[in-house]
Design a protein around this ligand. Structure first.
Ligand code: CO
Length: 299
């Protein structure tokens, strides 16, 4: 379904997006640089209001704590809608900017923000920009680093697909049954990463597909391919940090427009896997590699 020219274009797009590097900001750090508190780790995610989705965050925090004991670890949610919803229920979560301001106010001089997003998309670039600006403030941080999200290199993409195929998809899956990953998708140019992932998935396993809720490849493209191939059963896997609203409703919901319902209508039985990627340690390890790289720059 992809031509060679498209393949090259995708690789080029990926190369253009990723070299933005994880440097966010570095103020002149003189002799007092090591005197301040830190480094603190700020885990930045889109957030979720689905209670069962919290399991993913609990797991990440445990793994980060294990790798960096005695380090201040905090959370920030990039989604204002989720923060407002949770605040109404009595749970207050900071935005990345508020979390940074608090750390600065409390005397931390070095911070690593770990993007727990899938791709270097709109949210990643926003925290990258604001992290950089915080790093430039006078009398504040000596160093602010923003560590890459999950799908930030060719290697990470391949490893993610391998983990999905070997660890996340139930063992009973037969080779003639499909695996369909549900990515979010975005208007941001990094949406091309999902198409690059689709190419890799197809190369690895002809029955593994990647679709998105809001971008490309679209679910219609995937469904069409499954029907054409005569697939009878498909495992649906959220390509998302948590199994939140998109996984529960857009993917596995009973509404007629959910992926599950649309596949049923097309004569394809579907088995949704209702777990977020961050519930699987090998995936968390990939984020930890990105965190380690950034942490080495603030020690
Ligand atoms: Co969404």
């Amino acid at each position: 379904m992809f031509h060679r020219a498209q393949h090259l274009l995708l690789i080029l797009t990926f190369m253009l997006i990723t070299p933005l590097a994880c440097w966010a900001g570095e103020a002149a750090h003189g002799p007092q640089a090591k005197a301040g508190k830190g480094p603190a780790i700020l885990l930045v995610t889109f957030g979720t209001s689905v209670p069962s989705g919290q399991a993913a965050f609990v797991n990440i925090e445990q793994q980060v704590k294990k790798a960096y004991p005695n380090t201040e670890i905090r959370w920030a949610y990039t989604s204002q809608i989720i923060r407002k919803k949770l605040a109404k229920q009595g749970t207050v979560l900071d935005s990345p900017e508020i979390a940074l301001a608090k750390l600065m106010d409390q005397g931390y001089t070095r911070v690593v923000m770990q993007s727990l997003h899938m791709i270097p998309g709109a949210e990643f670039h926003e925290i990258y920009t604001n992290g950089k600006l915080f790093g430039q403030m006078a009398g504040g941080f000596d160093k602010v680093m923003v560590a890459y999200p999950l799908l930030s290199s060719d290697e990470a993409m391949e490893k993610t697909l391998q983990i999905v195929a070997t660890t996340i998809v139930p063992k009973e899956r037969q080779a003639n049954e499909a695996v369909v990953l549900m990515g979010h998708g975005t208007h941001h140019p990094s949406d091309a990463i999902y198409s690059a992932l689709m190419l890799k998935a197809q190369k690895m396993d002809a029955n593994m597909y990647v679709g998105t809720v809001e971008g490309h490849p679209s679910f219609d493209e995937v469904k069409e391919a499954l029907v054409k191939k005569g697939i009878k059963k498909a495992y649906l896997v959220p390509l998302m940090t948590v199994a939140g609203d998109h996984a529960m409703n857009d993917m596995a919901g009973d509404e007629p427009d959910s992926w599950k319902s649309q596949l049923t209508k097309a004569g394809i039985e579907s088995v949704p896997v209702l777990k977020g990627l961050a519930e699987f340690d090998p995936i968390v390890d990939l984020w930890l590699e990105n965190l380690k790289t950034a942490m080495q720059h603030v020690q």
